[in-house]
Design a protein around this ligand. Structure first.
Ligand SMILES: Nc1ncnc2c1ncn2[C@@H]1O[C@H](COP(=O)(O)OP(=O)(O)OP(=O)(O)O)[C@@H](O)[C@H]1O
Length: 681
């Protein structure tokens, strides 16, 4: 339900300007006959389109002149001219007004309700009568349209939007808009800010986007945009913000003007190729194909020039060629001799020491520059720093039937693929043989002694729960800390939720049962490890993996303590409290993600704030993922689960329930859900 106050406001506005606009004038065209043109000047409510000072000054000029002194020919020409001018200005404004109303209607599937609620009424002036979300310049020209977090679930008709040519800012953030960003967006030539983050927009960005030469801020993060970025994007010279995190964009990143860019983020896309000069590491994570500084993966060497190009560069005259041919022949002989010597020596060395040959092979491979090789070179770093014997003895294989015989050398030898680079380290997929896939986490900057690390991992390993992924091995030396898990090919809850935004099924029943599973697993771990103060520390939907039987399991349990990373504490750290309280908060965020269908990349405080504000305004139903309602969710159970989520995300850590209480609450909701399904059946 929309808040009563909001509706009341609109009723008041409508009451002020009753719907008395004659139907004829709504559709008036520039070429209507003059008799009809008089109408806008006669009735006060229709004067809204004429700037008051102008109208009054013109009228005054005529009223101060004694009519008998004005020649009749002047009157007969001036009046129609004045009326024509006034009319065409009015008609143009009406045209903009009607276009914007149609634009809003397309933004929402519940179109009639939305424009009524926002007061976007053709009989009201957007500037003078305050259409909600509209800001004007000089009470005359629409300048900004800000419709954020309103649950708008339609599409963007840029053709209609950009009829308001003076628009400088358009923000449609945090809605559920789908479809493409149409090329007509370039008609909004004055646009300086375009904010479309947190929607479900898809398709590629129109190339015409780069025609928006005044654009300073572009935010398209958290959508489903795909394809390449417009190649001419760098033409927007004044761009200060470019945020495109969490989409499916691919191709190379164009060389934007980083000296001007204050904010840049393309993390979690499918970009490949060299990183543009000036981009920061954080803004690039989650793009497996990117290479070059500041990423550790080096770019492959530039391809050697084609035979044609070689020919060009050796464009010597015939005479010169003959002159130098003697030297060249001599040089070739010398070169051949040294190459032969080198190859011969290498062969001899290789025979002497088989392991050295392997090292030589791997260095040749990494210099070949393939993606896997590049990732391997970083991943295999411990081998180069420590003796193989030390390395072998440091690997602790925990009991697991598939990896009983696992050796550290096996991990080093196997091909590895970088899966992600998070705040706390990198994750690699390692194929031990054709059948066994492992996930190896290389932990960054954790100042814990090898002994403490071993004790901690063994302690965690003693606590087993079906909804918690146990490590199969770990490795710890002074320089390296690795954790080895079984690779889960079904991916994470994060991916599942993002897939559901693209129409893949993830129905209410599955979400509720996933919530129950995660709560059970976490409650069990908290209880068993409570005395040691070991919590998860980094709980988020990408750390909830989906097992082959589709049950959720919590991954990377206990890898993080409050102080095991060097970066400054996040602003939410005070809110999150102790590590166990932080887990409960983060679990609440996961619940919110499942209920709203909106995934979050940071600590989720924005999502929690948004949900709280909507609930406070009594729009509760607006927060739920529309797909849930159509997949048979009971509204009562959804609201109950939402209440659990809000309890978990209470800003005061002490007010949060324990994980045990949370698990019990979710169990009760599950039971009620099952009962209601049975009774319906
Ligand atoms: N055992 C696993 N099997 C399959 N995929 C996994 C496994 N562990 C993690 N992943 C997935 O690999 C990707 C990268 O994981 P990683 O842990 O590096 O990311 P992150 O959770 O964002 O980082 P961090 O944990 O450092 O904050 C994520 O999408 C995650 O869901």
């Amino acid at each position: 339900m929309r808040p009563a106050s909001f509706l009341l406001k609109n009723h008041l506005l409508l009451g002020h300007f009753p719907l008395s606009f004659p139907p004829k004038t709504r559709s008036k065209k520039k070429n209507k006959p003059p008799t009809f043109l008089l109408q806008p000047l006669l009735s006060p409510p229709f004067l809204i389109d004429i700037p008051p000072p102008q109208t009054s000054s013109l009228a005054n000029q005529f009223s101060t002149l004694p009519m008998e002194k004005i020649p009749t020919w002047v009157i007969s020409i001036s009046f129609p001219l004045l009326l024509l001018l006034t009319y065409s200005a009015n008609a143009e404004k009406d045209d903009v007004k009607l276009s914007l109303i149609s634009f809003l209607r397309k933004l929402s599937s519940n179109n009639s309700r939305t424009d009524l609620e926002l007061g976007w009424n053709a009989s009201l002036d957007p500037c003078l009568n305050g259409w909600a979300g509209v800001d004007c310049k000089d009470t005359n020209t629409v300048r900004k349209i800000v419709l954020e977090g309103l649950g708008l679930d339609g599409s963007i008709d840029a053709g209609l939007l950009c009829k308001a040519e003076s628009l400088t800012v358009v923000s449609l953030r945090d809605n559920e808009l789908h479809g493409q960003l149409p090329p007509e967006i370039s008609n909004c030539t004055e646009l300086t800010g375009l904010y479309l983050g947190g929607n479900r927009l898809s398709g590629s960005l129109p190339t015409s986007l780069s025609l928006l030469s005044n654009l300073k801020r572009l935010n398209i993060s958290f959508n489903n945009f795909s394809g390449e970025l417009p190649p001419d994007l760098p033409r927007i010279s004044g761009l200060k913000t470019f945020l495109a995190r969490n989409n499916s964009l691919d191709g190379t990143i164009p060389q934007l003007d980083f000296s001007n860019l204050k904010e840049f983020d393309v993390a979690y896309n499918r970009f490949s190729g060299p990183v543009p000069e000036g981009a920061g590491l954080e803004s690039l994570v989650g793009n497996a194909g990117l290479c070059g500084e500041p990423l550790p993966a080096a770019c492959p060497p530039a391809p050697s020039p084609s035979p044609g190009e070689k020919k060009k560069s050796k464009n010597l005259s015939a005479d010169k060629a003959i002159m130098f041919s003697g030297y060249i022949a001599l040089g070739l002989v010398v070169l051949l001799f040294f190459t032969y010597k080198l190859v011969y020596r290498r062969k001899a060395d290789a025979k002497k020491d088989g392991s050295e040959k392997k090292a030589a092979d791997s260095s040749t491979k990494s210099s070949s520059g393939s993606k896997t090789a590049a990732s391997r070179s970083e991943y295999s770093l411990p081998a180069s720093n420590e003796s193989p014997a030390a390395v072998s003895s440091s690997l602790v294989v925990l009991v697991n039937p598939t990896t009983k015989e696992l050796k550290f050398e096996d991990l080093l030898k196997a091909p590895a693929e970088l899966l992600g680079r998070g705040r706390f380290g990198s994750l690699y997929k390692v194929m031990i043989d054709d059948t066994t896939a492992l996930a190896v986490k290389r932990i960054k900057d954790w100042a814990i002694s090898a002994e403490d690390f071993r004790k901690r991992m063994e302690r965690i390993d003693r606590v087993k729960h079906p909804n918690v992924l146990s490590a199969v091995a770990f490795y710890c030396s002074t320089q390296e800390k690795l954790l080895v898990y079984e690779y889960q090919k079904n991916g994470s809850l994060f991916k599942l939720l993002r897939g559901s935004q693209n129409g893949q099924a993830f129905d209410w029943g599955s979400r509720l049962s996933a919530a129950g599973g995660i709560a059970d697993g976490l409650a069990f771990m908290h209880q068993e490890l409570h005395d040691y103060g070991i919590g998860h520390g980094n709980l988020k939907s990408s750390n909830i993996l989906i097992k082959t039987n589709m049950d959720p399991c919590i991954s990377e349990y206990g890898l993080m303590t409050k102080n095991n990373h060097q970066s400054p504490p996040a602003p939410s750290d005070n809110i999150q409290g102790s590590i166990l309280k932080a887990d409960i908060y983060n679990f609440g965020i996961i619940l919110l993600e499942m209920l709203t269908g909106k995934v979050t990349q940071n600590n989720g405080s924005e999502l929690a704030r948004w949900v709280n504000s909507v609930v406070r305004e009594e729009w509760t139903v607006e927060v739920f993922d529309k797909a849930l309602l159509s997949s048979g969710a009971g509204e009562d159970q959804m609201v109950q689960l939402l209440q659990v989520a809000l309890k978990c995300t209470n800003p005061s850590p002490d007010a949060r329930p324990s994980m045990n209480q949370v698990a019990t609450m979710i169990d009760a909701i599950k039971e009620e859900d099952e009962r209601s399904i049975a009774s319906e059946a």
